[in-house]
Ligand binder design. Structure first.
Ligand SMILES: O=C(O)CCC(=O)C(=O)O
Ligand SMILES: [Fe+2]
Length: 351
C-alpha cells in the first residue's frame, strides 16, 4: 500500500463525521456495512465480577492476581477500579474532550496535521481505500515521553485541556507499572520483565474520539472490528453511552461503562510478548441514534529502539515460539496498513 498522504485542511473538513452528521444528509456509502453486523450479548454481571480487577489488591492478593491472569488469558481485557485516579478527574477529562469537539471547526482544524498522518485532529478516512469507514472523528496526540510530544497539535482551547492530558498521562504511567509487574508475577516471570521490554521511555499515544449520534446505527460502526497495535490500551468512555463491544469465541459482548473504572485491553504487541498466553482482544464500537459519545484511549507501546518478540522464559519445547521477532518501526507501518484493510497484524506475525 502506498504511504498515505494527509488531507489538506479544506478536504479534511468535508470528511469530518461531525460535519456530515450536522448537515443531516444521507450517510455516504463508504460508511455503510451493507449486511449489518451481529448483535452483541449483554452480560453486565461478567464485568462486575470475573472481569473487574481491583488494582489496589494486585500486590497483596493471590486471588486478584489469578483473576487478572484469567481475564487476560481468556478475554484479553478487564475493567480496573481503585486505580488511584479520582472519578471527578476522569469525568472532567471526558467533559473537556467534549468541549474540544464542540469548538468551531476553524479552531479544531488548528490541531490538524498538515504533514503528519499519525497526529492531530481528523479521522481515519485517508487510510480507508475500498474499506468501510469508521463513524468517528479524533484528536490523536503523542502523550509520553515528553520529548516525543508534538505540541503544535495540542489544543490550546479549552485552556485546561493540555494540562489535563499531561496529568492523565502521568497518572496512567503509575497504573501501567503496577499492571506490568502483576502480569509478570501472574506468569511466574521476573517482576520487571515487561517493564524492561517496554523501556523507561515507552511510548503512550492518546486518541480522543467523538462518535456523533448516527441516524443508521444498524448499518454503521463507530470503529470496525480490530485489535489494537499496542501492548496495552486504557479506555475511558462517557458514562451512560455504551458502544464498545468485545469478541470472545465468535460472540460479541457489550462492555458497560462503569463510572470511575477504566477499561483495559491487551493489544497485538502484548500477545506477541506473552507468546500468546494473554490475548489481544478483538473489539468494535457501535453507534446509536440518540447520543453523541466521547472516549479517550491511551495506547502504550515499547520504546522505538526495542526489538519485539516473545519473552524467552515463555518459550520452551512445551510452548513453541508463536510469533516472529520484529522492530517497532516495521510493526507500525504494518499495523496501519492492516488496520485500514480490516486485517489483523497479528496474523502476519505468526510463525
Ligand atoms: O472508543 C472506544 O470505545 C474504543 C476505541 C478503539 O477501540 C480504538 O480507538 O482503538
Ligand atoms: Fe481499539
Amino acid at each position: 500500500m502506498a504511504e498515505p498522504t494527509p488531507l489538506a485542511r479544506q478536504d479534511l473538513a468535508s470528511k469530518l463525521v461531525q460535519e456530515i452528521a450536522r448537515k443531516g444528509n444521507d450517510i455516504p456509502e463508504e460508511y455503510l456495512h451493507k449486511n449489518g453486523f451481529p448483535e452483541a450479548i449483554d452480560a453486565p454481571d461478567l464485568w462486575r465480577h470475573d472481569l473487574l480487577i481491583d488494582l489496589s489488591l494486585l500486590s497483596s492478593s493471590k486471588l486478584e492476581l489469578e483473576k487478572l491472569q484469567s481475564a487476560l488469558s481468556e478475554w484479553g481485557c478487564f475493567q480496573v477500579i481503585n486505580h488511584g485516579i479520582e472519578s471527578s478527574f476522569l469525568e472532567d477529562l471526558i467533559e473537556i474532550s467534549k468541549q474540544f469537539f464542540a469548538l468551531p471547526l476553524e479552531e479544531k482544524l488548528k490541531c490538524s496535521a498538515a504533514d503528519d498522518i499519525f497526529q492531530g485532529y481528523g479521522n481515519d478516512m485517508v487510510y480507508a481505500g475500498a474499506q468501510t469507514v469508521n463513524w468517528n472523528d479524533r484528536l490523536f496526540l503523542t502523550l509520553y515521553p515528553d520529548e516525543k510530544r508534538k505540541l503544535q497539535f495540542w489544543p490550546t482551547k479549552p485552556e485546561k485541556f493540555g494540562g489535563m492530558i499531561d496529568e492523565y498521562s502521568t497518572k496512567l504511567a503509575t497504573i501501567i507499572e503496577t499492571i506490568y509487574k502483576a502480569m509478570a508475577r501472574s506468569l511466574n516471570l521476573e517482576e520487571d520483565c515487561f517493564l524492561k521490554h517496554q523501556g523507561k521511555r515507552g511510548l503512550m499515544t492518546g486518541r480522543f474520539s467523538l462518535y456523533p449520534r448516527c441516524p443508521c446505527p444498524e448499518r454503521v460502526l463507530g470503529v470496525k472490528p480490530h485489535s489494537d497495535g499496542a501492548t496495552i490500551t486504557f479506555l475511558l468512555a462517557e458514562k451512560e453511552v455504551d458502544g464498545l463491544e468485545v469478541l470472545k469465541d465468535d460472540r460479541w459482548y457489550k462492555v458497560p461503562v462503569i463510572p470511575g473504572a477504566l477499561f483495559v485491553n491487551f493489544g497485538d504487541l502484548g500477545e506477541v510478548m506473552t507468546n500468546g498466553k494473554f490475548k489481544s482482544v478483538m473489539h468494535r464500537v457501535v453507534t446509536n441514534d440518540t447520543k453523541d459519545r466521547i472516549s479517550v484511549a491511551a495506547f502504550c507501546t515499547p520504546e522505538d529502539e526495542k526489538e519485539i518478540g516473545p519473552v524467552s522464559d515463555l518459550v520452551s519445547i512445551h510452548q513453541p515460539q508463536l510469533y516472529k521477532r520484529f522492530n517497532i518501526h516495521e510493526f507500525r507501518q504494518m499495523f496501519f496498513e492492516n488496520y485500514a484493510q480490516g486485517h489483523r497484524t497479528l496474523d502476519a506475525l505468526k510463525l
